[in-house]
Design a binder for this molecule. Sequence first.
Ligand SMILES: [Zn+2]
Length: 245
Amino acid sequence: MKKLPFPLVKVSSFKTPSFCVDGRAGKVNGEIYGPYPQMLGASLMPAVLEWLISKPEEDFSKVIEDVFNRLKEFGYSLGVHTSTHAIEGRSDCGFADNLKTILSTFREKTEEIKGVLTKVDVNFSDEIWQKIREILGKVNLKSLPTGKELIGQAESLGAVKQVLEGEHQEVVAVVNLASGKTLDVDKNQEHQAFNLDLWLVREMADKFGWDQNLTDALSLGLYVATEMVLVEGKGKSRLPILINQ
Ligand SMILES: [Zn+2]
């Protein structure tokens, strides 16, 4: 494993809202928030996981409401984001705006994604991959709200909205397993990184009763599919994945 070129800092998954894996720095109500845990689309990630794992045939907007209410009961603070250059009709959270394309990519490129993970020594059983194919085959993508609608719904359910600034310049996709720690995005703008705090997703998996291996595989598969859509899909080369134990 390569050493991270930037330090991790302590963070509370309860006191601080989760924000996105996005490497750009941002503000909440015009102020820098400080370090925050990071997941795909911020608090949208556990909603997507619950949808995929437990209710793939349900409308996603119904699942969000249920999951956000449960996250609040568990004591988590909720977050979402937009950016200063979100164009009309879009949120500029790439995960939210492109969720349908990300899930279609995950479905169509499952083998390639499995290969990307194998290269960084992340392996799951054939049973897990089979389960993922089944889930992606039946998930209801037809009635998926737009990114802007998703962010609006999240805010109405109590999520804090962060507004990111500047341009994407991520050079790596970090998977952070160090519990209670995260990247300090504000102090990391010289070498921006996507960062997924998988330890927090695992913590939530325990509370929602998701299978740990399935949660890891879906989370990392979604992360790679998101990278394919948002980075490679814009003509940039594939980002290296760095796993911080
Ligand atoms: Zn985002």
